[in-house]
Design a protein around this ligand. Sequence first.
Ligand code: AMP
Length: 208
Amino acid sequence: MRMILVGAPASGKGTQAKVLCERFSVPQIATGDMLRAAKAARTELGLKAASYMDAGKLVPDEVVIGLIEQRLQAADAAGGFVLDGFPRTVPQAEALRELLERLGQRLDAVVQLEVPREMLVERAVLRRTDKRTGQIYHLKYNPPPPDAELEHRVDDREETVVARLDTYEKMTAALLPYYEGKGLLLRIDGVGTPSEITERLLRVLRKG
Ligand code: AMP
């Protein structure tokens, strides 16, 4: 399984990517997670990315393309992957196409999770991650256990979420037609419980 999950911030992409990866025994490759790790480790790349991330803007294409080129050539990605948060621009999509061609691999599907904008702000603002396990919770809809060590992403503050949603809308305006034109795009309703959404995802993937 080689697929891309596309969805706005807090659309449930990360949660679903984790479930699909377990199901298909492939790694989840999330540029946002990779960039946050680089930022926390204060690497040169991480520090360069941080100013864009904190403002809710896209990190330059060459930075994320470089990360993905390395990551997709690691042994554990040879049998498949779920890309979460990459590509976000047409140049990134083109770079991915070229890389997969070089590796002799083919994309199976691009799935978009559709969630109305008004729901996304509430989801992001009340989202928390357990820093020990990476598990994602929602204070109202999916409360964490009492012993969780919770973190609130700095870019999940309301004003940054609004900027990230604007960025996402501009991005999909070009990216979705790109994949639609290639006959790879599948859309699913992203409103519901996590397990309902997983069911929908598996159903469209089976139909392909
Ligand atoms: P995410 O965890 O996917 O919401 O990503 C968090 C932040 O990392 C985004 O708001 C961007 O600043 C940056 N980022 C992640 N993936 C990409 C990408 N493919 N292209 C550009 N910036 C990215």
